[in-house]
Design a protein around this ligand. Structure first.
Ligand code: AKG
Ligand code: FE2
Length: 371
């Protein structure tokens, strides 16, 4: 029987033209009703994800950490023992797996649901509308763009994912440059996550045991990019990847995933575990920047995503980063305390440029910052 892909695309270049150049994305490809993914989406067997091939998560992933007490203001009835117990749990999780779940984080169910809904709304827009946010057409391409896969121009296998990326600068820019169909939900989500972001960042950075003041904490976590990821239903999820193996650039990633599942993280060198969807919880990933700041104590987590073959999956990560001119490297005093310097000092902007130059290939991105 003829492969339905061939019906739509005679040549591989036609797939690229349709998905990338014409702005249909993987969403448009899935909507053609194809029953086999085009060869460009097939990944080598070593990169494919098999749910059966996971290990027991119990030694690595704890139950969601309740961070309510960390969000209390000074002057509230603060129980310092409870706070330090939470900080300890966060630091241990950041060292062991580089990934943990948090609950009672101050972001309401409604705000989280709206953010996920907004991702569905954006990716269900007509291709012409989405194309008006491509890197070529966006009103501010350095801050806001819609794309498919990761560095898709490099000619390697493509990923089964479309995404929209929005760097927050101020509300005026949100109104001017972010797609009106999803901007209110995205910015409401971003703002209500602020308190949680600062509380977790503070706990982890202070947990390193060297003097660090509030202005330094802020400078490492000042910038925010909110992405909307869309993984359409895939006829052969076992042959491709939603996202390939990578660690995030950010200091921290605050990740909102829906109820579908498919996020896999590497548990040290022992194997892969799936991070279960937990309603109203956030997944927190340690990113490369925090691994560098912590002189290697906290581990950026290698992760990847398996698409579903029945439903469109969405996720909404907030990438918490320094600004480009900020110097990153082990925070002052840490290398001396540790007795070794694992990472060198460099500008966050330099690290970022190098990060986006390459295809996803696990944690090799960190090599650029090694001392
Ligand atoms: O969709 C997910 O769960 C993870 C997405 C991801 O890893 C990313 O956007 O960097
Ligand atoms: Fe990621």
């Amino acid at each position: 029987m003829a492969d339905s892909t061939a019906f739509y695309f005679e040549k591989e270049t036609d797939v690229f033209e349709f998905v990338v150049k014409k702005g249909h994305g993987v969403k448009g490809l899935a909507d053609t009703g194809l029953t086999t993914i085009p060869p460009r989406y097939v990944h080598p067997p070593s990169e494919r994800i098999d749910r059966k091939d996971t290990i027991d998560s119990t030694p690595f992933l704890s139950a969601p950490i309740d961070i309510a007490a960390l969000l209390e203001e000074a002057g509230d009835d603060v129980d310092n023992d409870e706070k330090s117990e939470i900080c300890k749990k966060l630091c241990e999780a950041a060292e062991k797996l580089g990934c943990f779940l948090v609950m009672n984080h101050g972001v309401s169910h409604e705000v989280m649901e709206n953010a996920k809904r907004a991702a569905h709304i954006f990716f269900n827009l007509p291709p012409e509308r989405k194309l008006s946010y491509s890197k070529e057409n966006s009103p501010c391409p350095t801050h806001v763009f819609s794309a498919t896969g990761f560095t898709p121009q490099t000619g390697k296998s493509l990923e089964w994912k479309d995404y929209l990326s929005m760097l927050y600068v101020n509300d005026d820019q949100v109104r001017k440059f972010w797609p009106e169909e999803c901007r209110d939900a995205a910015v409401a989500y971003l703002k209500s996550a602020n308190k949680m972001i600062l509380a977790i960042s503070r706990a982890l950075l202070k947990g390193l045991g060297v003097e660090i003041d509030e202005s330094m904490i802020r400078s490492y976590t000042d910038a925010r990019t909110v992405n909307m990821n869309f993984y359409p239903p895939c006829p052969n999820p076992d042959l491709t990847v939603g996202v390939g193996r990578h660690s995030d650039l950010a200091a921290l990633t605050i990740l909102l995933q829906d109820d579908i599942g498919g996020l896999f993280v590497k548990a040290q060198d022992k194997g892969w575990i799936e991070i279960p969807p937990v309603e109203d919880a956030h997944v927190i990933n340690v990113g490369d920047t925090l691994e560098i700041l912590s002189n290697g104590r906290y581990k950026s987590v290698e992760h990847r995503v398996l698409a579903s073959n029945t439903r469109a999956r969405v996720s909404v990560p907030i990438f918490v980063t320094p600004n480009r001119p900020t110097t990153i490297g082990p925070i002052p005093g840490l290398a001396e305390k540790d007795g070794e310097t694992v990472y060198r000092q460099l500008l966050f902007g330099e690290y970022m440029d190098n990060y986006f130059k390459h295809d996803h290939q696990g944690k090799t991105t960190l090599d650029f910052a090694r001392a």
